[in-house]
Structure formats: C-alpha cells, structure tokens
Design a protein. Structure first.
Length: 305
C-alpha cells in the first residue's frame, strides 16, 4: 500500500536530536509536500528514507525494503535530487547524463540518455556545458539525471529554490506526469503555492512531525480562524492589535490585514472596537496554508537552542 512506511525515525548528532520520532506513511503514486522551517530536519529525514543515512532508532520500509537492512536496494530504486546542483559543470548536459547512466549500469547507454533528453526538452541544449545553464535549466538537468533510471520513488529537496515562476510551473507539470505514471514523489519546499499542488502535505518543525494530511485536513486541524480588515490606517490598526488577547497573527496582505487566532470569541472581542469605524470592513477570511505554517513555527521550540 505504501511507498514509504516509517515509524519513530530518530537521528542525533551529539546531544542534538535533529529528527525526533517521525512516523510517516506515503501511498504509491502520491505527491507529498514536505514543509518546515530551515533546520527543521527535512533533509535529514529525506536522506534516511533514501538509504544515505542510517537512523539512530526507528524502523520501517521504503518501496518494500527494510530501511535498516536493505539500504542499498532502496538506493537503487530511488531518485534523489539534492538542494545543491551536484553535476560536473565542465561537462555538457549529454555528458553528465551518460555518466549517470554508467553509474546506474543501464543496459543501453545511448537509448535512456536520448529518451530522457527528449522527455525533458533538453535535446536542443545537450551540447551546452552544465556550468553555463541558468537555474531553471540546471534544475531540469538534475531532474533528468535522477529520473533516467525510472525510479519508483522520487525525493526532491527544495528543487525550485531560485527558479523563475515559469520554470517552476513547468517543473510541477513534469512532476505530476511522473506521479500519473505511478511514481511516488516526496518534495520539500518553502513555497506555499507549491505545497498546494501536492496531494498531501507533511509539516515538520525542529525535528517533530506536527501535521500530515490533505491541504484541507491540515488547515482545518490547525483550528485557526481568520478575519480580513480593509480600509484606512491599517498600519496603526495592526500595531494596536499586536499582542491583543485572542490575536495570534497580524499580517498585511496587499490592501488588507489578516487577523488570525484559535479562540474565536476572544478574536471577535479584539476586533469589536473597530467594527463601528465606517472606513473599515471586517469580514471572515479563509485561513491560508501560510497562516498555518507561521502558527506552527511560532509554537515550536528550536531544537538547536
């Protein structure tokens, strides 16, 4: 049933626990967004799941292989795209892919390379040096390299950082094509619009998994209630609402303020003095994933402190 089924994964470095009892199940063919602040344990979790790091404790399986005893088998079935571009910049796109094909011992050296170049729109640039590529094309080369051996699981660690919106959209179209063919994808990201493109999301904060589910399930489970204020003197209103009872977040969004809290009665009481202002409009607002993200961060303790 599950491409990833891990229980109580824990990883420590000295006295610091960077991943703390993470339990996660991901169904085959799903795209799961892995969210969390910098230093939250996303990369360490991904490296344990793909067999690069051995957990200090915990157990589970990835693609049916035991996470502790069959790490080599897992590596052969997984495509892993790291945060940092990790290919030879003085080799061409085609040369880099031929090198990767040899590493995977693909039976035909030319056919997988040519097929991958064509599938990801790299054929016209195959002679271009990797070091001369823009961020979007480097990302496409990295995606080509980690999918050429047709893995069953694709692990992407912040793959679109620093990439323009058009390249990001094209990247996600390719990800959904891979998932439609049966590939499972776990992708870490800081972009809320990317998280909303996933089938499910998992939120980890300073080593602890705090939420796991569909977008609606995670937002509803947060218990947050949001109101929008539009009108004049919003900066002064924001200042007066900061720290008010019931108000947990005050954030400007264009020409509006988003006021968020978990106690609806206290939140309405804090907003009540402004309801008589004729130049203001206060309306209920759907809570966004970003609101939930900020709330989780505010309520979490940095495990490096």
């Amino acid at each position: 049933m599950y491409a990833i089924d891990v229980q109580s994964l824990t990883k420590r470095y000295g006295s610091k626990t960077v991943v703390d009892n993470v339990t996660l199940q991901i169904g085959k063919g799903q795209i799961v967004g892995f969210l969390g602040p910098n230093g939250s344990g996303k990369t360490t979790s991904i490296r344990m799941m793909c067999g690069l790091l051995k957990p200090d404790s915990g157990s589970g399986s990835v693609l049916g292989y035991d996470l502790l005893r069959q790490r080599l088998e897992i590596k052969n079935k997984v495509g892993y795209m790291t945060q940092k571009f990790s290919f030879y910049e003085d080799l061409s796109i085609e040369e880099n892919l031929r090198f990767v094909a040899r590493l995977h011992r693909l039976p035909s050296k030319s056919r997988p390379v040519e097929t991958t170049l064509d599938k990801l729109g790299l054929t016209s640039r195959k002679k271009q040096l990797a070091g001369q590529l823009s961020g979007g094309w480097k990302q496409r080369l990295a995606l080509a390299a980690c999918t050429m051996h047709k893995p069953d699981l694709l692990l992407l660690d912040e793959p679109t950082a620093g990439v323009d919106p058009k390249a990001r959209r094209e990247f996600w179209e390719e990800i959904h094509e891979f998932a439609a063919s049966g590939m499972t994808v776990l992708v870490s990201t800081h972009y809320m619009d990317e998280a909303e493109r996933c089938h499910r999301i998992a939120y980890i904060s300073y080593g602890k998994l705090l939420a796991n589910g569909t977008l609606d399930e995670v937002i509803t489970g947060s218990g947050l209630i949001t109101f929008s204020i539009t009108g004049e003197n919003l900066a002064a209103i924001a200042k007066s609402l900061h720290g008010a009872e019931g108000v947990e977040q005050v954030a400007p969004f264009g020409n509006a303020l988003h006021i968020t809290g978990t106690d609806e009665k206290a939140l309405r009481a804090a907003l009540q003095p402004f309801e008589s202002h004729t130049h203001l409009a206060i309306t209920p607002q759907a809570t966004s994933l970003e609101d939930v993200f900020i709330q989780f961060m505010a309520n979490s303790q940095d495990n490096m402190q």
